[in-house]
Design a binder for this molecule. Structure first.
Ligand code: GLU
Length: 378
C-alpha cells in the first residue's frame, strides 16, 4: 500500500456524519431498542463533540421500532404499513437519541427529510441552514428520511445514500456507515470463505463495485451495493467514508483503535467540490453588479454584503445561482444568493443592520455567504 493510501484517523476529522443502521438500533428477534449498545455509541459521539468536532447522526430504525409497537406481523410491509410504523417508531427513536445524548449534556435536534428536500436547491439550503445552526449551538442533528410522507417514487428508501447526501450537504469531511458488516470484502463473505477485508479503497473502480455483490441483512434495506453508491456520492464531493460494523460496543472507538473497517478515500476537499457544484451544475438566474470595494472584499475571501451591490438583474428566488459582476461587467464569480430578486433590490446598497427595518424580517447578513460563492479566475 502506498503511504497516501494508509487509513485516515477518525479523531482528525472536524465534521463527522454517523449513519446507524436499523439492525444495530433494533434487536432483530425482540424488535426492541438496543439501549445498552446505543449508550456506548452515545459516549463515543460525546467524545468527538468534546474535542470540538461537529457530529450529525443519520439514524434508521423508525420502521423497525414502530412495527413492534404496532404489533405488525413479520415479513415485508405494505407502503402504508411502513408509513404508519415510521410515524410511531420515529417518536421512540427520537426520544432514545435525545436521552442518550442528553446523558452527556448534548442536545439532539430531529430533522426528517425527503428526497426533494435534498435535491431541490431552496429546500436543500433551508435544511442545511438548520443543520448549521444546530452545529453552531453544539447540538447534534439526528436525521432520518420522512418515511411517513415519502412514497416509493419519491424516496431514498435507504439511509446509506441519504447519509451520503446529508454529509455532502453539510460539507462533512467524514461519513461513518455503521451496519452489521465489517467493511468491504474481496467477495461476499457469506458465499466465499476465502474473502478478505479491504482496509482502504483509494478509488471506487468497477472492480470495487463488482466486489460489493448484493448482500443485505434482514432489517436494513441497504446492502453493500447501496453502501458503494453512498461511497460514490460522498467521495466525489470530498467526504471520506468508512464502513464498519456496529455489532460491537463503542463502534467509533473500535475504528479508532484499528478495528476492522474499510476506508474510502477522497482526492478532493469538501469545499472545493461544493464550489465546483455551484460553479458547474446550476443555471445562473440573475446578475448582481458590485461596486469596486465589494469586488476587492470578495477577492480577499469575504462574503458579499448587500451594501456592495449596486444593481440587480433577473427574477431569481432565494437560493438560486447568480452571477456576480464588477462595474466594468467582468464576471467576478457565481454564488447562491440568500434573498430573492425583490428583496435584493430593496436591500442593495444598504448596511446589513438595516435589513430588518427594510424587509420586516431578520434575514442573513450576507447577500451571498462566502461558502456559497465561487470566484472566477482573475
Ligand atoms: N428510514 C428507515 C427507518 O428509519 C430506514 C431506512 C434504512 O434503514 O436504510 O426505519
Amino acid at each position: 500500500m502506498a503511504p497516501s493510501d494508509s487509513p485516515p484517523i477518525l479523531g482528525a476529522f472536524r465534521r463527522i456524519v454517523v449513519k446507524v443502521g436499523s439492525s444495530l438500533l433494533v434487536d432483530g428477534a425482540k424488535g426492541a431498542l438496543r439501549q445498552a449498545w446505543l449508550e456506548t455509541l452515545g459516549a463515543d459521539i460525546a467524545r468527538h463533540t468534546a474535542r470540538g468536532a461537529d457530529v450529525l447522526v443519520v439514524s434508521s430504525g423508525a420502521i423497525a421500532l414502530g412495527r413492534t409497537l404496532l404489533k405488525l406481523p413479520k415479513g415485508p410491509l405494505e407502503l402504508e404499513q411502513s408509513q404508519a410504523a415510521a410515524s410511531v417508531g420515529q417518536i421512540a427513536l427520537a426520544r432514545a437519541w435525545s436521552e442518550v445524548l442528553g446523558q452527556h449534556g448534548i442536545v439532539a435536534g430531529q430533522i426528517l427529510v425527503t428526497l426533494h428536500d435534498t435535491e431541490e436547491r431552496r429546500r436543500y439550503l433551508n435544511a442545511r441552514n438548520t443543520m448549521e445552526t444546530l452545529f453552531g449551538v453544539r447540538a447534534v442533528p439526528v436525521v432520518n428520511e420522512n418515511d411517513t410522507v415519502a412514497t416509493d417514487e419519491i424516496r431514498y428508501g435507504d439511509n446509506d445514500r441519504l447519509a451520503a447526501r446529508v454529509a455532502t450537504m453539510v460539507g462533512a469531511d467524514c461519513l461513518v456507515l455503521l451496519s452489521d458488516i465489517d467493511g468491504l470484502y474481496t467477495a461476499p463473505p457469506q458465499k466465499d470463505p476465502s474473502a478478505t477485508l479491504i482496509p482502504v479503497v483509494p478509488r471506487i473502480s468497477p472492480e470495487i463495485e463488482a466486489m460489493a455483490g448484493g448482500a443485505a441483512s434482514e432489517l436494513s434495506r441497504g446492502g453493500m451495493t447501496t453502501k458503494i453508491e453512498a461511497g460514490k456520492i460522498a467521495t466525489t464531493a470530498g467526504t471520506t467514508m468508512v464502513i464498519a460494523s456496529g455489532k460491537h460496543d463503542s463502534p467509533l472507538s473500535r475504528i479508532e483503535s484499528g478495528g476492522p473497517c474499510t476506508w474510502f478515500l477522497t482526492p478532493t476537499h469538501p469545499v472545493t467540490s461544493r464550489k465546483k457544484w455551484i460553479a458547474g451544475s446550476l443555471e445562473p438566474r440573475g446578475v448582481l453588479w458590485l461596486d469596486a470595494g465589494a469586488v476587492d472584499a470578495l477577492r480577499s475571501g469575504k462574503s458579499l454584503l448587500p451594501a456592495g451591490v449596486r444593481k440587480v438583474d433577473g427574477a431569481f428566488e432565494r437560493g438560486d445561482c447568480v452571477v456576480v459582476r464588477g462595474a466594468d461587467g467582468a464576471e467576478i464569480g457565481r454564488g447562491l444568493v440568500a434573498y430573492d430578486a425583490v428583496a435584493a433590490v430593496q436591500i442593495m446598497g444598504k448596511s446589513s443592520k438595516a435589513i430588518e427595518a427594510v424587509l420586516g424580517y431578520k434575514g442573513r447578513n450576507e447577500m451571498i455567504h462566502r461558502d456559497d460563492l465561487v470566484l472566477a479566475a482573475e
